[in-house]
Design a protein around this ligand. Structure first.
Ligand code: KE4
Length: 425
């Protein structure tokens, strides 16, 4: 609960920033609470304006896999900053990060760096349309791919309808080529390709959903997307803005054995600085200007400071390979959360993969949007607030992912479980 300085900061912010925040979910509306304002962070901890300390399971929505204010990353960033911060002219650092990404993800032969996940998705979709000369895009209900107009669609009435805008300000024309299908539903995709086959430029999917809470789809779903795209010469886009370098070094593709044609990245590859990337097969990527004719640009794309943070992050992830222990600790946490809630007879289900998970207040299983929205969001709001008061910061929405960092240890797990034991839901 925001108290003292947090409340004052929020009221000041609302006077000059819409809703007092620079991204809607930070306003804590989904959990019916008032936001905290962060003063500083270190390792697994956040410290708010009232000097209250929190264990952070949101990690800036994913980027901070090595914990906050990681000394090694900051040292590398400071070295680069002392030489200047932005040139709008190529630097060797951009090539280095692109090389690291292409070495980490087999399906990525070339990379274009941008400044956000939204820009990465914009680039991938325009590139897919420019490459195929087709207009239609398939996306899945419950997947979020940033706030580009043609991705802000809601399901029309009945299946297989073209998307209707989900936000004012998006003209109907901008979403008329977006086909919205149920996530994890092979049949729906097969029917869509039957109906629109040679009109489909691309299918874009979160290979593990993070934006309706964590949902790991059936492998046959992803394999079906792959085979249908290959057969129809459509482009398969994996939006790995969350999963990229989160679940394993590189993307999820090696683990799942399904290769995308284009991959969108962000978050972790910037080590806490603004970044995004669109990468994929050279044959497609070479269509991007100036080598090709599909236009795309950005003043701060490949910014040396952001890129230095990304390189330092990936270097540590590659050399230390923290994934086995990080994933093991996450499984342990989820098991203990579930056991504790069972002992309290609280209906729930947990979806977890690697160091990302979501606790849903529904008996599950949660396999797609329809089952996710059965969750008791009022109960989640109470859970969020009681955990916040106990010094545990969770995503301020039932439909987001929790993350662990390499700085989370048994100490934080123990504190989290004792807070859950005291819940009154
Ligand atoms: P950004 O433009 O926010 O950097 O990335 C957009 C994006 C694209 N693809 C996926 C799979 C994403 O999850 C995101 C952004 N994630 C949200 C949280 N789920 C960012 C938080 C926010 O919007 O404030």
């Amino acid at each position: 609960m925001a108290a003292g300085k947090n409340a004052k900061l929020f009221s000041d912010a609302k006077k000059v920033i819409p809703g007092g925040v620079n991204s809607p979910v930070r306003a804590f509306k989904s959990v019916n609470a008032k936001p905290i304002f962060i003063e500083k962070a270190k390792g697994p901890y956040l410290y708010d304006a009232d000097a209250k300390k929190y264990i952070d399971y949101c990690l800036s929505w994913g980027p901070m896999i090595l914990g906050h204010a990681n000394t090694k990353i900051l040292t590398e960033v400071k070295k680069v900053m002392n030489k200047g911060t932005s040139y709008g002219i190529p630097t060797e650092l951009e090539t280095k990060l692109a090389q690291m990404i292409t070495q980490a993800i087999d399906s990525v032969e070339k990379v274009r760096l941008v400044s956000s996940g939204t820009e990465a998705v914009m680039t991938a979709i325009r590139l897919a349309r420019g490459t195929t000369g087709r207009d239609k895009i398939i996306k899945f209900i419950g997947c979020y791919h940033g706030h580009v107009d043609h991705m802000l669609v809601q399901a029309g009435s009945g299946a297989l309808t073209l998307g209707a805008p989900s936000s004012p300000g998006v003209p109907k024309d901008f979403t008329k080529h977006t086909i919205l299908l149920p996530y994890n539903d092979k049949k729906a995709v097969q029917n869509a390709f039957k109906k629109y086959s040679k009109q489909i430029a691309a299918v874009i999917v979160e290979p593990v959903a993070g934006n309706m809470g964590v949902i790991v789809p059936d492998m046959t779903f992803l394999k079906t997307l792959r085979s249908l795209c290959t057969k129809n010469k459509s482009i398969l886009i994996f939006d790995e803005v969350i999963t990229g370098f989160r679940v394993a070094y590189g993307g999820i593709q090696k683990m799942f054995g399904v290769k995308a044609d284009l991959t969108c990245l962000g978050k972790i590859i910037g080590g806490g600085f603004p970044i995004g990337a669109c990468g994929g097969r050279a044959k497609i990527m070479n269509n991007l200007s100036p080598q090709g004719t599909v236009y795309q640009a950005g003043t701060l794309s490949g910014n040396p400071v952001c890129v230095a943070a990304g390189i330092a992050t990936l270097k540590i992830l590659k050399s230390k390979n923290p994934y086995p222990s990080l994933n093991k600790l996450t499984v342990k946490l989820c098991k203990q959360i579930s056991q504790t809630l069972e002992d309290k007879n609280i209906e729930h289900t947990i979806n977890q993969i690697g160091s990302m998970f979501t606790l849903f207040f529904t008996d599950g299983p949660v396999t797609g949007y329809e089952s996710a929205i059965k969750s008791d969001t009022k109960r989640y709001a109470k859970y969020f607030t009681q955990m916040l008061n106990a010094g545990i910061y969770l995503p301020p929405s039932q439909f987001e992912a929790n993350f662990l960092s390499t700085k989370h240890t048994q100490t934080q797990i123990d504190q989290t479980i004792s807070a859950i034991k005291n819940l009154k839901l």
